[in-house]
Design a protein. Structure first.
Length: 303
């Protein structure tokens, strides 16, 4: 069991390293080469096909009563999650997005208390307050900041965090009942139908003739890395750790994003991105991370 928990933590580390790199990589082709909704269309279709190819080797039936939960998971964990994230990232700074995403454990805590009836301790309540202040500060600052920040983009990223946080709570019982690949395959299928009205018009208007080798490489990274592998790592981890532990790993993403944006700004002399790193954003990041730490901290057992 300990070995499985260790593997779960390694999987979560790998997923969040991919997510951290995704901010600057995905933003590099939007919207000049491809629009956010078209990008999501390719992402969900590509990864969904891969999941169902693997799922074809798993003979498992889903109970009729569980399909409604799967439908909601498809809406929240795939369609809404990805559409809100990519549209938000298209409008705002990679740094802002990576910091706001760290509010996921706070959202998970709230929904776990409401749905799973998990107890909120004093530490968790304090963490909720501190982390919330950090997230609100950053969203508000997005309207006044230089660089690529945007209050609308920041708000969409925050709604994305809310959507994904609720998804983590709703999908946990399904992970205990079925093979994780069975669950994620159905989640992506239902997510595809919810995404279709938004993604299909955009993909039909996309000019693929302007795509470069770099554009295709970025799309491949997002489909294979950010979607297929990262979702696999997350659903594997959910078999062995609580949703709150899964969510707490997102605090790694700002550090990775800060590093990659700094390198991008320095190496390619992108002054616009250089302005994305400042004292307000670092303070917001520290507040959110402190909040997540307090939420994730395990109470000491009495001797």
């Amino acid at each position: 069991m300990k070995n499985n928990i260790l593997k779960a933590h390694i999987a979560l580390l790998g997923a969040n390293l991919i997510y951290g790199a995704n901010y600057i990589i995905a933003k590099g082709v939007m919207p000049n080469k491809i629009g956010p909704s078209a990008f999501i269309f390719l992402r969900i279709v590509g990864a969904g096909i891969l999941f169902w190819l693997i799922k074809s080797f798993i003979k498992e039936q889903i109970a009729k009563k569980d399909f409604l939960r799967l439908i909601f998971c498809g809406l929240l964990g795939v369609a809404a999650n990805q559409l809100l994230f990519f549209h938000g990232l298209n409008l705002t700074s990679p740094i802002d997005a990576s910091i706001i995403i760290t509010a996921i454990p706070i959202v998970v805590l709230i929904f776990s208390a409401l749905i799973l009836k998990e107890k909120i301790t004093k530490n968790k309540l304090l963490g909720l307050l501190i982390g919330g202040i950090g997230a609100v500060l950053l969203i508000w600052y997005g309207n006044k900041a230089e660089g690529t920040s945007s209050i609308l983009g920041n708000l969409l990223i925050f709604l994305n965090a809310c959507s994904y946080g609720l998804y983590l709570v709703l999908v946990k019982p399904l992970m205990k009942k079925y093979n994780s690949l069975t669950v994620i395959s159905w989640v992506f299928l239902f997510g595809f139908f919810f995404m279709l009205p938004f993604g299909l018009p955009d993909i039909l208007q996309t000019d693929f003739s302007v795509f470069t080798t770099n554009t295709y490489a970025v799309i491949a990274f997002v489909i294979l890395g950010t979607t297929f592998l990262a979702y696999l790592f997350n659903i594997y981890a959910l078999n062995y750790v609580a949703p709150s532990v899964n969510g707490s790993y997102v605090y790694l993403q700002p550090a990775i994003s800060f590093l990659m944006v700094s390198l991008y700004a320095t190496v390619f002399n992108q002054t616009e991105y250089a302005q994305d790193i400042n004292a307000i954003k670092i303070t917001s990041c520290l507040l959110v991370i402190l909040g997540v730490y307090l939420i994730s901290k395990q109470p000491k057992l009495k001797a």
